[in-house]
Each structure stands twice: as structure tokens, then as C-alpha cells.
Ligand binder design. Structure first.
Ligand code: ZN
Length: 255
């Protein structure tokens, strides 16, 4: 993977935002690959395709590219709130690709935020734009990256070094079965995984997770079946190969 972008491709543009978009899209189209299948090529989508910049011709997985000099860790500004929520609910949300580059356009990191981890809980509605704004009343959103477990952030390039493609795809594809679940069910699975990661233990018990029932109650207020739901999610995560059941109510995290 070539890690230097070519700023010359944007020589006819003056606006810094437009230049950044053209340079990063050119690099991405030449160097990215599909995470969801074996295809080594992604295709640029027509201009103005909603929340999607690239897609795979083989499996149809879609990608939205965002470029930064310093990528955000906590929260990411995204487009229209209603659009992204509708895409999440219909199972068509893209995988977000965060490209972090130096001032001289060397790629420092490229991180995929797996579409299976985009659930209603991670989307925060912003205040409508004020009446003084050209787009008064428009409602945007933030993507709360700090509500996504690290499993959902897959590095393709980290600290200026490209990761092994086979391993990147393995990390990504093990969570693809989640995309077949309704967004609410995925929400339970990914939240359970977040809570398990917060335990910071390689082995844990069902009761370790259930002790954190309050974390679930914040996201699903009024739900009276939190414990059975947690037990069900541990089964889902075991089926994905993220956990293994050790017997006696104990589980181990797989690598
Ligand atoms: Zn594909």
C-alpha cells in the first residue's frame, strides 16, 4: 500500500476543503480494498450519493470516507440525523473510513468504523440550525465513537504502517453476521461487548456483566428483561467467535 497521497491531483482546485476531498478520494480509490469480501478494488459512487463515497462491485458493501489532520476519538460530526438513522434501521449504513494524514499528505492512519457497530445509541441528534443559518431547521448528528467498543474500529493503517490485509479482513468479517440483525438487536450485542471490554478481564462470568445492568438501563430505559437479554447476547457473541463458553457461567474472550 502506497502511503503518500498525491496533492498534484487537486492542482485545479483552490478551496482547501475541495482539495482535501479530491486528494484523499484519489488515494483511497487507488489503495483501499473491500473489507467485507476478497475484492481488492472499491468504486467511487456517483456524486451526491447519500452518506456513501465508495462501494464494492462484488459484495455491495458501502464506505464513507472522512479525512483529518488529527482524527477525532470521542465524537465525529456526520450528516443529516434522519438520513443516518434511516440507513441504520434499514441495514444500509456505510462503514466509515477515517483517514488521518500529515500536513504533507502522508497517511498516518486509516481506521474503519464497522457498519455493524452503527446503532441508534451511537448517533446523537444535534440542535437544529438556527433561523439565521442558510439551512435553518436542518438537523445534523454526531457519531459517538466513545460508545463503540474497540472491536468495531479496525485499523488498516496504524502509526504510518499498513496492517496485514488478511488479518484486517478477519477482524472485520467476524462481525458481518451482525448486519443481518435488526438495528435494535445489534444495539444489544454491541453494547454487551462494550461492557465486557470495560471489565478488562480475559475471562469473566455472567454475573460480572449482569452487575453492570445499569449501563444497559441507561440505553434501554424501561426494559424489564435486561438479564435475559444479556444472556442472549453472550450467546450471539459466542456464535460470532468473539467469546467462548467455559462452563459454569464463565466466558473467555477470543483473540
Ligand atoms: Zn466486497
Amino acid at each position: 500500500m502506497e502511503l503518500f497521497c498525491n496533492p498534484a491531483v487537486a492542482s485545479v482546485y483552490n478551496s482547501p476543503a475541495q482539495r482535501a476531498r479530491v486528494i484523499s478520494e484519489q488515494w483511497f480509490s487507488e489503495n483501499s480494498y473491500c473489507l467485507a469480501c476478497k475484492s481488492d478494488h472499491l468504486t467511487k459512487t456517483p456524486a451526491n450519493t447519500r452518506a456513501t463515497d465508495f462501494s464494492c462491485n462484488i459484495c455491495g458493501h458501502s464506505y464513507e470516507l472522512k479525512t483529518f489532520v488529527r482524527r477525532p476519538r470521542k465524537s465525529l460530526v456526520d450528516g443529516a440525523y434522519a438520513t443516518i438513522v434511516a440507513m441504520i434501521e434499514s441495514g444500509t449504513a456505510p462503514t466509515l473510513c477515517l483517514l488521518e494524514r500529515t500536513e504533507l499528505w502522508r497517511v498516518q492512519s486509516l481506521t474503519a468504523i464497522h457498519s455493524s457497530f452503527l446503532t441508534p445509541w451511537v448517533i446523537e441528534r444535534r440542535q437544529p440550525l438556527s433561523e439565521h443559518d442558510r439551512r435553518a431547521g436542518w438537523v445534523g448528528c454526531n457519531i459517538c465513537l466513545d460508545r463503540i467498543p474497540l472491536d468495531g474500529e479496525i485499523a488498516l493503517v496504524e502509526k504510518g504502517i499498513a496492517e496485514d490485509r488478511v488479518e484486517v479482513r478477519r477482524r472485520f468479517q467476524r462481525f458481518l453476521p451482525l448486519s443481518n440483525l435488526p438495528s435494535d438487536q445489534r444495539g444489544w450485542s454491541t453494547l454487551t461487548l462494550s461492557v465486557i471490554r470495560e471489565l478488562k478481564k480475559s475471562e469473566f462470568s455472567l454475573s460480572d456483566v449482569c452487575e453492570r445492568e445499569q449501563r444497559f438501563a441507561v440505553v434501554y430505559p424501561g426494559n424489564r428483561h435486561i438479564r435475559p437479554k444479556i444472556r442472549q447476547q453472550l450467546q450471539v457473541l459466542s456464535d460470532l467467535g468473539v467469546l467462548s463458553f467455559k462452563g459454569g457461567g464463565r466466558y473467555a474472550l477470543a483473540e
